[in-house]
Design a protein around this ligand. Structure first.
Ligand SMILES: Nc1nc2c(ncn2[C@@H]2O[C@H](COP(=O)(O)OP(=O)(O)OP(=O)(O)O)[C@@H](O)[C@H]2O)c(=O)[nH]1
Ligand SMILES: [Mg+2]
Length: 221
């Protein structure tokens, strides 16, 4: 096979999504791969796979294999096998659930343990999910940033519900893994604007007082 034929083939990247149960891993993977979101929580038993083809600058087609790991697998026998050989790890927590942030130490140490002997270390990013629930946030942004600095992690705040920054986070992980620099325009293009829910106020007609009744009392000071 010639070089050019080889280059025209899609590259495959494995990205593992880890974090506590209900922090939104499946929702993120579904938002990224299928542009959908479900409010109903359905626990992932074991793991699920999602495939998504994206194009990076330079017309480079990349297929992302997203391994969505159930939160309950922590401490289980299979987890190291799921993590093994991955090129990217998204460590996800729920910004409204402090415990899910604290437990990332355990998830990260699992990633380190599995890759102890390997020559290349995976690209790891910290992902604070449910940013649409900012008013319920219990994990301060500076805690998030400190954890990133201490462990040299990429850093994202996303919402699987609104789609905010979800594509960006997978796209940048893929770019980092392949050593491709994204320019500002490419980053901005994939940053989605947060969609606000439209509140449906009561449809009752507003009664306007055309000629408000005048007070019959008048005080002169
Ligand atoms: N408001 C809000 N809810 C979210 C968001 N992402 C996920 N959820 C909700 O959080 C719940 C759990 O989401 P899942 O994606 O199933 O969580 P998970 O991390 O895959 O959980 P396990 O499979 O048990 O590990 C669901 O009810 C989702 O609808 C988000 O960005 N915002
Ligand atoms: Mg899940």
């Amino acid at each position: 096979m010639s070089d050019s034929e080889e280059e025209s083939q899609d590259r495959q990247i494995k990205i593992v999504v880890l974090g506590d149960g209900a922090c939104g891993k499946t929702s993120l993977a579904m938002r990224f791969a299928q542009e959908s979101f479900g409010k109903q929580y359905k626990q992932t038993v074991g793991l699920d796979f999602f495939l998504k083809r994206i194009t990076l600058p330079g017309n480079l087609n990349v297929t992302l294999q997203v391994w969505d790991i159930g939160g309950q697998t922590i401490g289980g026998k299979m987890l190291d096998k799921y993590i093994y050989g991955t090129q990217g790890v998204l460590l996800v927590y729920d910004i409204t659930n402090y415990q899910s942030f604290e437990n990332l130490e355990d998830w990260l140490s699992m990633v380190k343990k599995v890759n102890e002997e390997s020559e290349t270390q995976p690209f790891v990013a910290l992902v604070g999910n449910k940013i649409d629930l900012e008013h319920m946030r219990t994990v301060k942004a500076d805690k998030h940033q400190r954890f990133c600095q201490e462990n040299s992690l990429g850093s994202y705040f996303v919402s699987a519900k609104t789609g905010d920054s979800v594509f960006l986070c997978f796209q940048r992980a893929a770019a980092e893994i392949l050593g491709i620099k994204l320019n500002k325009a490419e980053i901005e293009q994939s940053q989605r604007v947060v969609k606000a829910d439209i509140v449906n106020y009561s449809q009752e007609p507003v009664t306007r007082m055309v000629n408000p009744p005048r007070s019959s009392m008048c005080t002169i000071q």
